[in-house]
Write a protein that binds this ligand. Structure first.
Ligand SMILES: *Cc1c(COP(=O)(O)O)cnc(C)c1O
Length: 383
């Protein structure tokens, strides 16, 4: 059996080696390292894939979030609601910009931002909601867009984990994750569903004015050479990373299908086990779909009920199976983000999840032998 990895980037590279290498070689041959034709080509190809008007590449997913918020003109003191159960980047940029992060609890079944908790957190200072499509599954965008409309709020989708997922609205219309809110961010960190070979990110929007504003912000606030109209940043996707991404983009749907297929095999092996709750894929709108594209399994995350989760982690590691706990400490308990307004009792789901979740190896190259070994090892611990 091949060595089991959390993410197998060598295995993924092997069959596309020629495509990737020649794409990178083109950049080197033309020495167009910054803002070269590869960046423009990838941008246009991603716009077409997502069916979104504008993709603005940038240096990483954290920058993408920050730049999206800068582009919306959010000001110090504005409150931004986001999930307590996510990677810290989401709340970090809110705080860095002097905005006030307002963390709220998540849904126990889907791990995404809880709709009632959003409603309760809205004040006259609230300016935006940042849903995170956690672990590859779209948040409940129907409900979030409805709240945003009623309260005149911006919606910034943190789509670092769900690129390629398709959200189906209650009215049956379909849209790619990251194209539903006013603006979205994504990350091309190597382990993400569409990863480059270094750092990369992008911002998506359908709004002409916002796209124009953001294009200036990523380039030192310049709209005309050496005229700096706003305070900007320097955040670029370099051409070599764009070359990798442009070679990988045509494979994204197959990569996501491979993840979904691995998830189905895991689900089957763990079905009806009293100590295991398998992840639900339900479009966030709770119409549970067995075989749909609302979940692209950036992570495959189980809840371990009434059993020793940390013991299971140690047991798997001892068998050479890597696994992860995303996320072991809720953000409202992190030193950097403590706020006297938070009441621990309002974060019951996140608090519980941080004790129960375990993410198993999930990538595009998992084979049946590996999945069988992993599931047997989990089951032998829980018996
Ligand atoms: C990975 C990730 C980010 C940050 O992306 P980087 O490219 O590493 O800066 C932001 N939000 C979420 C939810 C992520 O998973």
């Amino acid at each position: 059996m091949k060595k089991i990895q959390m993410v197998d980037l060598e295995g993924q590279y092997a069959p596309i080696k020629d495509e990737v290498n020649s794409s990178i070689q083109e950049v080197i041959d033309t020495a167009a390292f910054i803002n070269g034709p590869k960046v423009k080509a990838f941008q246009a190809n991603l716009e077409a894939y997502l069916n979104v008007k504008y993709v603005i590449p940038c240096a990483n997913g954290t920058d993408a979030l920050q730049i999206a918020m800068m582009g919306l003109g959010l000001k110090p003191g504005d409150e931004v609601i986001t999930a307590d159960f996510t990677f810290a980047a989401t709340v970090e940029v809110i705080a860095l910009l002097g905005l006030t992060p307002v963390l709220v609890d998540v849904d126990p079944e889907y791990f995404n931002i809880d709709i009632d908790a959003i409603k309760k957190a809205i004040t006259p200072k609230t300016k935006a909601i940042v849903p995170v499509h956690l672990f590859g599954q779209c948040a409940n965008m129907d409900a979030i867009m409805e709240i945003a409309k009623a309260h005149n709020l911006f919606v910034i989708e943190d789509n670092a984990q769900a690129i390629g997922a398709t959200y189906t609205s209650l009215n049956a219309s379909k849209a790619k994750a990251g194209t539903i809110g006013h603006v979205a961010s994504t990350s091309f960190f190597p382990s993400k569903n569409l990863g480059c070979y270094g750092d990369g990110g992008a911002i998506f929007t359908n709004d002409d004015d916002l796209a124009h504003t953001i294009r200036g912000i990523v380039n030192h606030g310049m709209y005309e050479r050496y005229h700096h109209d706003v305070v900007g940043v320097n955040s670029r996707l370099d051409s070599i990373q764009a070359a990798v991404l442009d070679a990988k983009l045509p494979h994204l749907d197959n990569y996501n299908k491979a993840r979904q297929s691995a998830a189905r095999k895991y689900n089957l092996a763990f079905k009806n086990h009293p100590n295991i709750e398998t992840p639900k894929a339900g479009n966030g709108c709770k119409t549970i779909c067995d075989n749909c594209d609302c979940h692209v399994f950036h992570q495959y995350t189980l809840k371990i009920k009434n059993a020793d989760r940390d013991g299971l982690v140690a047991h798997l590691n001892a068998k050479g199976i890597p696994c992860g706990v995303y996320y072991p400490i809720p953000l409202h308990k992190q030193k950097a983000y403590q706020d006297e307004r938070y009441n621990d009792a309002d974060f019951q789901v996140t608090n519980q999840l941080s004790k129960e979740v375990i993410s198993l190896p999930m990538h595009t190259e998992l084979d049946d032998d590996q999945i069988e070994f992993i599931t047997a090892s989990v089951l032998s611990f829980l018996t």
